[in-house]
Design a protein. Structure first.
Length: 142
């Protein structure tokens, strides 16, 4: 399988800290791949909250994660605090990519990077809709 070629943004406008708990660790003794998604999801929830929204109501629209790309750079371990930075990038009519970079807070060691594809949907039809203009403007200002 070819390796993902992810280009991180030049800057990240949001960051938060999330600790790796024992429930996030697999039998190999490091951060489980499914739990990486859990940590990124928690950071994404905090990202939207920092902008005054909930994922179920971002400027009047719910959102869904349509895709996720992730690339490990090193192992994460129980007890470490991950610094997760995020930046909206790659805007389209109905959504955008939310890039992330995860690193160990104490050492700065990169642990993972990637992006989530966020799509805005109509609450009733569950079909994609345009990003509300005020939401787009606020995301571009991050």
């Amino acid at each position: 399988m070819p390796r993902l070629q992810l280009q991180p943004p030049e800057r990240f406008g949001f960051e938060t800290a999330v600790q790796i708990y024992i429930s996030h660790v697999n039998q190999g003794g490091h951060l489980d791949n499914a739990q990486l998604i859990t940590l990124v999801s928690e950071a994404r929830l905090r990202f939207f909250r920092a902008l005054g929204w909930r994922e179920g109501d971002v400027g009047g629209c719910p959102i869904v994660v349509a895709e996720l790309q992730a690339q490990y750079q090193s192992e994460g371990f129980h007890g470490e605090t991950m610094r997760i930075r995020m930046q909206p990038v790659e805007f389209a009519r109905c959504g955008f990519a939310l890039a992330f970079q995860m690193s160990d807070e104490a050492s700065g060691r990169p642990v993972a990077r990637g992006q989530s594809g966020i799509v805005f949907i109509d609450r009733a039809t569950r079909k994609p809709v345009d990003i509300p203009p005020a939401v787009r403007a606020q995301l571009l200002a991050v």
